[in-house]
Design a protein around this ligand. Structure first.
Ligand code: GLN
Length: 192
């Protein structure tokens, strides 16, 4: 099985490594032609959502990817990837251009400067004590009906799922715990 990892900007190598560890072949997605039919899903990594959104537009990938996701293509967005999928952003940058496929509202850089980066452990879906690394992370401030909340830290939603779309505000790929990626593969990709 092949899973794409958007590789135009940000922390994609760590996701690719996690997929390899789970026996899946990662495919770096750098241009529209890389979005081939044999992919079973895609990961949108952390990085800078404004830059990633802009590059997706310039590379002509924004609309095709949006259409695929709306048609059920499994997608997992971490941090900036979560912001790319959110249909509402409380505090967008002027140039923010997003896929807007998931019915959530996010707050960018939501934890303030002193808490710019932090580490926590929390439950994620049925998994206990999942390690979570947050880097200038967003959180989900509102979720529509139909969005399943998978994890909360300090009362803030930090992971959610809507059908074929999974998002985390934290970076599971920066830990050595494979359970969040495994959840994506088992509950979304293999059931798509
Ligand atoms: N703050 C970044 C943004 O707005 C996200 C940070 C991250 O992905 N680690 O895109």
């Amino acid at each position: 099985m092949k899973i794409g990892v958007l590789a135009v900007q940000g922390a994609f190598i760590e996701h690719a490594k996690m997929l390899t560890d789970l026996g899946v072949e990662p495919v770096e997605i750098r241009q529209l032609n890389d979005l081939t039919e044999d992919l079973s899903g895609i990961i949108l990594p952390g990085g800078e959502s404004t830059v990633m959104g802009k590059l997706l537009g310039e590379l002509g990938m924004q609309e095709p990817l949006k259409k695929k996701i709306q048609e059920g293509f499994p997608v997992f967005g971490t941090c900036a990837g979560l912001i790319l999928l959110a249909d509402q952003i409380e505090n967008p940058t002027k140039k923010q251009s997003n896929l807007k496929t998931m019915h959530i509202t996010v707050r960018r850089n939501a934890y303030g400067r002193q808490l710019g980066s932090f580490y926590a452990t929390a439950d994620f879906a049925d998994e206990k004590d999942v390690p979570m690394t947050f880097i200038r992370a967003p959180y989900i401030s509102q979720a529509a009906d139909g969005v399943e909340i998978l994890s909360q830290v300090d009362g803030k939603i930090v992971a959610a799922r809507e059908g074929n779309q999974l998002v985390t505000a934290f970076h599971p790929e920066l830990t050595d715990d494979l359970r969040v990626h495994q959840y994506f593969l088992e509950n979304i990709v293999r059931k798509a």
